[in-house]
Design a protein around this ligand. Structure first.
Ligand SMILES: CC(C)(COP(=O)(O)OP(=O)(O)OC[C@H]1O[C@@H](n2cnc3c(N)ncnc32)[C@H](O)[C@@H]1OP(=O)(O)O)[C@@H](O)C(=O)NCCC(=O)NCCS
Length: 141
């Protein structure tokens, strides 16, 4: 599940998940404050989801970034990621985040294009312990 904050596993039902989300919205000991949004169609079918982290701690600065998103597999390559990232950047404006970090693994061409289309300027990459190379982009607001 990407972003992992949408993972329903471990919750008895959706209400329990939402309750946990509410705590996470305000930040807890493990996570920074964050907000989740769904992109839905006219029938309320979920097309994409996005997690906005309000600030960066070490892991997010190197790997996760401010914004994580994913698109329903059957709905990919229709512009939904580009749209949901653009909307998330507007939410970052409301939160007063002026430099937004967005990252992707170096083999994720679709995500890199999505970030660049939204004004991402590439910074130094980060290499994780398992060798995964994370590309890091800043969007100036
Ligand atoms: C990466 C992901 C978010 C892209 O979503 P999407 O809705 O298909 O993206 P868009 O339709 O907005 O496409 C943006 C650009 O990337 C290109 N693109 C998308 N997927 C691609 C792929 N697999 N290979 C090459 N290019 C791709 C599109 O053609 C478009 O470029 P263009 O405007 O030049 O044509 C989606 O594949 C996904 O959810 N992947 C799994 C989760 C994930 O990787 N999330 C990002 C974590 S950093």
């Amino acid at each position: 599940m990407t972003p992992s904050s949408f993972n329903l596993a471990g919750y008895e039902n959706y209400d329990a998940y939402l309750e946990a989300r509410q705590i996470r919205d305000n930040g807890d000991q493990k996570t920074v404050p964050s907000t989740n949004y769904f992109l839905v169609d006219e029938n309320d079918r979920v097309l994409a989801m996005v997690d906005i982290r309000h600030n960066l701690m070490d892991y997010l600065f190197n790997v996760g970034g401010h914004i994580g998103y994913s698109v329903r597999p059957a709905e990919r390559r229709k512009g939904h990621a580009t749209r949901i990232l653009a909307e998330a950047l507007r939410k970052c404006d409301e939160l007063g985040i002026q430099r937004v970090l967005v990252t992707c693994n170096d083999d994720n061409i679709g995500s890199a294009k999505t970030i660049i289309k939204n004004g991402g300027v590439e910074d130094k990459s980060f290499k994780e312990e398992d060798g995964t190379v994370v590309r890091r982009f800043w969007v100036e607001r």
